[in-house]
Design a protein. Structure first.
Length: 288
């Protein structure tokens, strides 16, 4: 039944998730070389550190590291990351200098890339169309990968949260088992104590009805009085132990009830977390 409700909820949520399409805007942006044509994408959730690390991998894939004699690297200069003499064959047959700026605003990371070649910056009307389109595609694919990476991390975090909740539930169930075993042991102890008190009461009755005919009355009374007093003390201690054990049972039963309530709450939290995970999966699948 819960699975059906979860499925129904996901069907209800699905239309609310618009397809997250990463779009590249080509326009002039300020750079260390003045106002120049640039390729810009807005990526939700991503961080600057993640963006620069992925951009380095995008410009110089790891599979080429052992091939290149000198590996170009992004170097930060003031508020830009710059990579010089990088060969991007899909864009140009000549080495390019790539200038990158990253800013965060209203929950999005704005990634701006400038590509400078021997004939100036790509993105201008005078630059070759194929080069502009290739540069735009490179930045767009990078933006898609960056967003997917960020949402993938979000999904992993939500899945870890679910594992933690399920671990908590397992701990609650184990604790309940411990409580129930304690109650069982205490009830067995109470049963033994009750049997002991009945035996003590019977012994007291036998002492009080002791047949003292033919015996020295003073001696019989002394023995009977002393023995009865000891048995009365024993009976009192046994009844005290029974009360204590009963209190322990009631206290543990209250703990069981609280535990059951905590389990119910935890199950509800787990169900909500499963829905949350499905939401993130839907978001990840809609990144284009």
């Amino acid at each position: 039944m819960k699975k059906l409700l979860l499925f129904a909820l996901l069907l209800w949520l699905a239309p609310t998730y618009a397809q997250d399409t990463i779009r590249v805007i080509t326009q002039e942006r300020p750079s260390s070389k003045g106002l120049q044509p640039a390729f810009e994408v807005a990526v939700p959730q991503a961080t600057t550190k993640e963006a620069i690390a992925l951009w380095q991998e995008t410009l110089v894939p790891k599979k080429f590291l052992n091939v290149l004699k000198k590996t170009p690297k992004l170097k930060k200069e003031k508020d830009e990351w710059i990579m010089r003499d990088v060969l991007l064959k899909e864009i140009s047959s000549q080495p390019l200098t790539v200038y990158t700026r990253v800013t965060n605003f209203t929950g999005k990371l704005y990634f701006t890339a400038f590509f400078s070649g021997e004939n100036g910056f790509l993105g201008s009307a005078t630059a070759p169309l194929y080069a502009n389109e290739a540069a735009s595609a490179l930045v767009r694919n990078f933006g898609v990968d960056l967003y997917r990476q960020a949402v993938g991390k979000e999904l992993k975090a939500e899945e870890n949260k679910l594992k933690s909740l399920e671990k908590d539930l397992k701990g609650l169930k184990k604790k309940r088992g411990s409580y129930e075993n304690k109650i069982k042991d205490k009830k067995a102890e109470i049963s033994d104590l009750n049997a002991g008190t009945r035996e003590t009461e019977m012994r007291i009755d036998r002492r009080q009805n002791y047949n003292d005919q033919g015996q020295n009355p003073a001696a019989v009374e002394a023995v009977r009085s002393t023995t009865t007093e000891e048995l009365q003390k024993q009976l009192k201690a046994e009844k005290k132990d029974i009360k204590k054990a009963n209190r322990s049972v009631r206290s543990t039963e209250r703990k069981v009830n609280k535990n059951l309530k905590a389990q119910s709450d935890k199950l509800n939290e787990i169900d909500r977390q499963k829905v949350r995970i499905e939401e993130v999966k839907v978001k990840l699948s809609r990144i284009k």
